[in-house]
Design a binder for this molecule. Sequence first.
Ligand code: MRU
Length: 346
Amino acid sequence: MIRNLYCEDQALMVLNQNCLPEELVYEKCESPEEVVAAIKGLKVRGAPLIGVTAAFGLAMAFSSYSGTGKLRDAYFSRMKELFAAARPTAVNLFWALERMERVYRENRHLSPGELASCLRQEAQNLYEEDIRVNEAIGEQGQELLGEGSRVMTICNAGALATCGYGTALGVIRSAARRNKIEMVWACETRPVLQGSRLTVWELWQDKIPVTLLTDNMAGYTMSLGKVDAVITGADRIAANGDTANKIGTYSLAVLAKYHGIPFYVAAPLSTFDWNIEQGGEIPIEERSAEEVRTIKGSCLTVPAVNVFNPAFDITPEHLITAIICEKGIIRPPFGAAIKIWGREDE
Ligand code: MRU
């Protein structure tokens, strides 16, 4: 299984996803600021992986910090804020930082060295839990797919977006192990092509049949009767089930509804935001115009043209057939089940 990150002495080594699929390049992050830059620059991406990477970055911030008491509390808050500002939409980032804060508070009486190892251990726990959770999502979700399934997905909600196995691709992997997958339709996912660069690469490595299509081909492909289900990941799910995910997800959900195709969201409970009632409250990240104007440094348009580049959109709950998480499959109306499972998770 591909390793997205690992620790080397005091540094964090991250797989630079911007170099995929051409090159497998690990980059050394030697400071919390370098870890934040890797998240902002999409070297490390995908909701669960962002959270775990930030946790390792926060632990790193304490590996050589010798302050204690109030000084150390203030340093923790500063570091937490630094990571919280990396990307706004995926709630897993804030969830992971809260987990780290809990460990910090429980162990703030310890020496700098002891505290640093507690924080490092919690980051490692988050890493290992994420893999187990994804495998559980895969097992739950594969039940929804029959033999010969042709599944459409967008962006990359795979091993590369998590600590391993993936959420939407985890479901596809588990189904493929049972020979249920005839074809995965991978939408390329403009502007930065996580579908064509990452999802295709992952599925190709695993010998799962995949066909690439540009985002605007999804509707026609559905109209030909070639899609049995759409499965996507999520960056944040509101208490009513409204879901933020990569830009283009909403369009797929509308198209799926029109064509009578089930639309599934696969995500861990760490992606649910119990404090947000509905999707309109989810902050949507807007990214640089260059991502739209260019591909790999080549300009595609008039260089000064105005650009709108929201990185995510909101799929309203009424377009979602079911949400797959590690505890099971949530069907509409989502609100009640989401609230119960949220309380159990606390
Ligand atoms: O901008 P990205 O590449 O971080 O966006 C990723 C997505 O939208 C994924 O679908 C989502 O984070 C789920 S990953 C398991």
